[in-house]
Write a protein that binds this ligand. Sequence first.
Ligand code: ZN
Ligand code: ZN
Length: 405
Amino acid sequence: MNILIRNARVIDTRAGKVNEPQDVLIVNGHIADADHGTTPDIDREIDLGGKYLMPGLCDAHVHVCAATANLPDLVRWSPMYVAARASEIMSEILMRGFTTVRDCAGADFGLVRSVEEGYLVGPRILFAGKAISQTGGHGDMRSPGENWDDCTCCAGLGRIADGVAEVRKACRDELRKGAHFIKVMAAGGVSSPTDHISSTQFALDEMTAAAEEAAAQNTYVAAHAYTARGANRALECGIRSIEHGNLIDDSTFDLLLAKNAFLVPTMSTHEVLAEQGVENGMPKDMCDKVFEVAEAGHRTHAAAHARGVNMVFGTDLLGPMHQHQLREFKIRSAFQTPAELIRSATIKAAELFQMEGEIGEIIDGARADLIAYDRNPLEDISVLQAPEQHLKLIMKDGRIYKDAL
Ligand code: ZN
Ligand code: ZN
């Protein structure tokens, strides 16, 4: 199917500016050069009438299977039921304009295949499979009184591995199942019953082993960590992205810059959990941990941005709180301009995902992941936050999912 989009004010995500109205040609799901070569037969023409066309948004930290904020409970759900609940979360993510997301634990090859084959509607999903956690780590959902053995077939988001051999095996197993990258729990977290935010997790040789296994298969490791201590250890072991990072400091910024690594703040989830975590099913003692990190995130991420750290858009929302996904733009607008925010959700994400040239910008050969707004988000980022009102077209791989032109 070949589509010609006419009169599009294309947003150049790299330059952070809008081009004069132009035509954009889509051939077999990819953007083709509209000005050169012979134009193929056009199956459909869409006139944007000067509306703003940009690449689809990316969210580098989601959990489409986290249909409840009570993650220990999720382990007891039927995986099939989780998939049904995930389908709603995924279609809503796409309808907000996100055409690629990185699932940082939970999604599997079956769910991704269902989207690719059109059985479910959703964004392109890059998945980690199960997040790898040490015993008693952020991925261990057992309460102190529970002693069931870890199982990798249930609907939880994590799996447990201790020691280099088990970590290597867990990484290889997730990659065998098609994981696009590896996720490790490198330090304490909020939504786990027995660990503390301040703890570090995994020994250095365990994390180094994970980085080696990922690199062996041409991919990378993302690490959950809030503190400088936790994040720095992970970065020293060769981890590519630090997830959350609310309590990192200058020493972490130095390492992020030196290693050309990425920071994926998830500020909306902390803000929303602090406001309404308990009513959305998160156990109270877990929710109390949120306050430790929410406030600090504002200062830390503004400072990281000022230092020029690679910062990518991420949200990490759970359960019904997914509806606040676009709030992340507003929160970060305290320290990032609209052009910087858009970059973090397009080309910066593409870089982290190892998908440069494929997504994140409207260039010859890129995938036709396109969204169109009736107002210019570079002038007012809140345009992105009201998709019902302003988002007029959603296309992924050349297929149209919303046409409100
Ligand atoms: Zn996390
Ligand atoms: Zn997460």
